[in-house]
Design a protein around this ligand. Structure first.
Ligand SMILES: *Cc1c(COP(=O)(O)O)cnc(C)c1O
Length: 401
C-alpha cells in the first residue's frame, strides 16, 4: 500500500479509558457509516442525536445542546451561528406568507429590522405591541397572528414585562410564544415554567439565547441557540435548520463548553456590581433615572421581583441623563471613560458603554421618562466596583462641569 493511503487508513486506535475535565473536540463534515444498511436507515429529518453529516452535529455539538437544555429547562436545542440567526431560524421555521408576528416595542433592534425587511419581502407582516400593557397585546392579536415574541427585560430601556400574564393571553388564543432569553440566560428564571400562587404555569414555547453573551463570557465567540420542549415544534425548527444550511464550528462550541462551568459565578459577579453602580448612580445629580429592573423606580420592577425569585438581574442597565446636557457632552462623557470601552454586546469581562437616542430606536408612544434626555447603556464586566465607580466619576466631572 502506498504511504499516502497508509496514512489515511491507519489502523491505530487510542486506548479506552481517557477521561478529562474538558470533552474531546470532534470535527467533521463527512461522518463514516459502518455499512450501507446503516447508511440507508439514517434519515436526516428524525428527532434525536444521530450521526449523518457535519451540519447535523458531532459528539461535541450534541454535548453543548444537552447542557444548554439543562441550563434553560428545555428538551431540544438547535445551535446556530449567532443570536440573531436564532431569531431568524424561529421566524422562518414557523411563519409563512400571510402570517403576522407580534414584536414588543422595546424588542432587540435587529429583530425588528429583520421583520421589516426579509420577512416582509416574503409576505410575513409584523406589528409592535406595548409589552408593559397586556391589554395592548390582547387587542393586537388577530386571526393572522401566528407568533408572539417576548423579551424580558426589553432591550436598552430595560422595562420588565408581566411575562405570566402575557403568556396566558397567548395561550388562551392558541398563539405560539418565543422569548429572547439572553438576559435571563437560564439563570434568572426558567422560561418554560413560571411559579405562581396557584401552582406552576406553562412558560414559553421557544426560548432563544444569544450564547455570544454570558455563555461565551469572553466577548469573542458568536453563537445562538433555539430551545423547546415540544416535539412537533422542534421538528419544524430542525428541518428549517437543515434546509437553511445552518452550522456552528466545533472550535467555537469548544469555547462555549469551556466557559459554561463558570457562567453562574460570572453572572452573579456582573449582577452584584451592576446593582451597586445602578444604586449609586440613582443618587447622582446628573442622572434623572436609572433603568435597572432590580430598582424600585424602574418600569416593571414588581414583575421582575415576581419572576426572578432568586434576585438575579444580570449585568446590564441604562441611565437617563439630565436633558440640560448637550449631545456633545454625552459623547464626551462616553469618550472620557477609560475602563468602560465603547462597544456593542455584553457578557464579557470588559465593561462597555453605548449612548443611544431613544427616539430613533423606538417607535410608538414613549413613556414620559424616556421622551427627553439622553440614554446611556452600561454592560458591567468583571472589574472591581470601586475602579468602575472612579472611572464614572472622572468622566462625569470632565464632561458635565
Ligand atoms: C446580542 C443579542 C442578540 C443577538 O446576538 P448576536 O449573537 O450578537 O447576533 C439577540 N438578542 C439580544 C437580547 C441580544 O442582547
Amino acid at each position: 500500500m502506498d504511504k499516502t493511503t497508509q496514512l489515511i487508513h491507519h489502523p491505530y486506535q487510542p486506548p479506552d479509558g481517557y477521561s478529562a475535565p474538558q470533552p474531546g473536540v470532534f470535527k467533521a463534515s463527512t461522518i463514516f457509516f459502518p455499512n450501507t444498511r446503516t447508511m440507508r436507515a439514517r434519515y436526516f429529518d428524525e428527532l434525536g442525536h444521530q450521526y449523518t453529516y457535519g451540519t447535523k452535529g458531532t459528539p461535541t455539538t450534541f454535548l453543548l445542546e444537552e447542557r444548554l437544555c439543562t441550563l434553560e429547562g428545555g428538551t431540544y436545542c438547535s445551535l446556530v451561528p449567532s443570536g440573531l440567526a436564532a431569531i431568524t431560524l424561529v421566524n422562518f421555521a414557523l411563519l409563512k406568507a400571510g402570517d403576522e408576528v407580534l414584536l414588543p416595542s422595546n424588542v432587540y433592534g435587529p429583530s425588528k429590522v429583520l421583520a421589516s425587511s426579509e420577512m416582509s419581502h416574503f409576505g410575513i407582516s409584523f406589528i409592535s405591541y406595548d409589552a408593559m400593557n397586556p391589554q395592548d397585546l390582547e387587542d393586537k392579536i388577530s386571526p393572522k397572528t401566528k407568533l408572539v415574541w417576548l423579551e424580558a427585560p426589553g432591550s436598552i430601556t430595560m422595562e420588565f414585562p408581566d411575562l405570566p400574564t402575557l403568556l396566558n393571553i397567548c395561550k388562551a388564543k392558541g398563539i405560539l410564544t418565543a422569548l429572547d432569553n439572553t438576559w435571563g440566560a437560564g439563570l434568572a428564571f426558567n422560561p418554560f415554567e413560571f411559579d405562581q400562587e396557584n401552582g406552576k404555569v406553562q412558560g414559553v414555547d421557544i426560548s432563544v439565547h444569544a450564547l455570544t453573551k454570558y455563555p461565551s463570557g469572553g466577548g469573542d465567540v458568536l453563537m445562538g441557540s433555539v430551545i423547546t420542549r415540544d416535539d412537533a415544534l422542534f421538528k419544524l425548527i430542525k428541518l428549517c435548520h437543515m434546509r437553511m444550511g445552518y452550522h456552528v464550528g466545533v472550535n467555537d462550541i469548544e469555547s462555549i463548553l469551556r466557559s459554561l462551568p463558570s457562567m453562574a459565578l460570572r453572572y452573579k459577579a456582573h449582577d452584584v456590581v451592576a446593582k451597586q453602580l445602578a444604586m449609586w448612580l440613582s443618587n447622582r445629580a446628573e442622572v434623572v433615572q436609572v433603568l435597572h429592573p432590580a430598582l424600585e423606580s424602574s418600569p416593571g420592577h414588581v414583575h421582575w421581583k415576581a419572576v426572578c425569585k432568586n434576585d438575579h438581574a444580570a449585568g446590564l442597565f441604562s441611565i437617563m441623563l439630565d436633558p440640560k446636557y448637550s449631545k456633545e457632552q454625552i459623547d464626551a462623557f462616553c469618550d472620557t471613560l477609560k475602563l468602560f470601552k465603547l462597544g456593542f454586546s455584553w457578557g464579557g469581562p470588559v465593561s462597555l458603554v453605548v449612548p443611544y437616542d431613544v427616539k430613533s430606536i423606538r417607535g410608538g408612544t414613549l413613556p414620559d421618562t424616556l421622551k427627553s434626555g439622553h440614554l446611556v447603556r452600561f454592560s458591567i464586566g468583571l472589574e472591581a466596583v470601586e475602579d468602575l465607580q472612579a472611572d464614572l466619576v472622572q468622566a462625569m466631572q470632565a464632561a458635565f462641569n
